[in-house]
Write a protein that binds this ligand. Structure first.
Ligand SMILES: [Ca+2]
Ligand SMILES: [Ca+2]
Length: 356
């Protein structure tokens, strides 16, 4: 998008679908081939722009047709928020191209409403003319000087100048191409993202969106009381669409105070875990497992949940982001204790609810 940095763009392989340059990161979905148009519905995000003193900060969200990788020739339409527009740090629509005559940027007088969807469309006509549409209105017709160059790739992209710009909920759907006669759904969708801290998710070949990257594998994180503090044991991987049982051999020393072991489950990710049952076993030096009864379970939002978590009966406790369950189990084994195993039955569907 940004002209100031234009000379620094180098596009490696076309199918990688982005230009990897300092201070610019991309999230993109692309479809390689010779097409005569691209169209997508794009959700409007409205992030804060940090205004870095050393360069122009912006976010640009657009659809693009790429004609040539070196030199880079393309046409795009989308919205921008940044210091570079005539209405700084407002949401503004724009059209931009680069061909053998060089780059040209056109700011429109209006922009999208945050939180709304708009359809962006570029359609090739005769003699390298391109009609550009936003929300059903033709906003521009441009003639490009392309020689024999043809479309080699269409894409939807989110481009940021600064990793601190929050791109969560950026979302493209109904990705379509024009074959010269009809508009059709994309048959292929390659995604790529270089914005740190985010992941890109897809649904079929016509939709993708950006989510916050999860720290590790997700799901509840297990902590055990070691006599001084709750020590982190790690994640209990219950990614599934229905209950699964996962066992975890406790690595830290588990302090028993009056025969009571104290354990915590914390949801450190942004997805809810549904927990049916928790168990603790103490293993003796002969390898025999002895169940430790659950005597206390307290959810920091829901209160006492002991009875719900005792039985594997389909009655579950939801552990939402930031929530904690305190657990106490009784072990009477004492000196014969070799180690402990924690067991959980439940599930976490991970990406549910990530749509704006
Ligand atoms: Ca239960
Ligand atoms: Ca169950």
């Amino acid at each position: 998008m940004l002209l100031a940095g234009f000379l620094f763009i180098s596009l490696g392989a076309v199918k990688e679908c982005y230009a990897d340059v300092p201070y610019r990161h991309y999230a993109s979905g692309c479809n390689s081939g010779d097409f005569k148009g691209v169209s997508a519905e794009i959700y409007t995000i409205n992030p804060n722009i940090p205004n870095n003193p050393n360069y122009v900060d912006y976010v640009a969200v657009f659809v693009n047709i790429l004609f040539n990788a070196a030199p880079l020739h393309w046409i795009q339409v989308g919205y921008n928020k940044g210091e570079d527009s005539p209405s700084p740090n407002s949401l503004v629509w724009y059209v931009e191209k680069n061909d053998t005559n060089g780059p040209q940027l056109f700011w429109l007088e209006e922009g999208p409403q945050a939180g709304e969807w708009y359809t962006y469309k570029i359609e090739e006509g005769p003699a390298n003319t391109f009609d550009i549409w936003i929300g059903g209105t033709k906003v521009k017709t441009l003639t490009l000087n392309l020689g024999n160059e043809r479309c080699i790739q269409i894409s939807g992209q989110v481009e940021v100048s600064n990793d601190n710009i929050n791109v969560i909920n950026s979302h493209f759907k109904n990705l379509q191409y024009y074959d010269g006669t009809n508009w059709k759904d994309w048959q292929n969708l390659d995604t790529h993202i270089t914005i740190p801290g985010y992941d890109i998710k897809t649904s079929g070949t016509t939709e993708f969106w950006i989510v916050k990257k999860r720290g590790g594998a997700g799901c509840p994180t297990l902590f055990v009381w070691n006599g001084e503090e709750y020590a982190e044991e790690g994640i209990l991987n219950i990614h599934a669409e229905m209950d699964i049982t996962v066992q975890h051999v406790i690595q830290n020393s588990l302090a028993l105070e009056k025969h009571v072991a104290k354990i915590q489950l914390r949801e450190l990710d942004e997805y809810t875990s549904h927990i049916d049952q928790v168990k603790l076993y103490v293993i003796d030096y002969h390898g025999k497992a002895h169940p430790c009864p659950l005597i206390y379970a307290y959810h920091n939002q829901l209160g006492a949940v002991t009875q719900i978590l005792r039985l594997d009966d389909g009655k579950r406790v939801d552990l939402r982001p930031g929530e904690i369950i305190d657990l106490k189990f009784v072990s009477l084994l004492n000196r014969q204790t070799a180690y402990f195993i924690f067991e959980i039955n439940g599930y976490n569907m991970k990406w549910t609810g990530a749509y704006p």
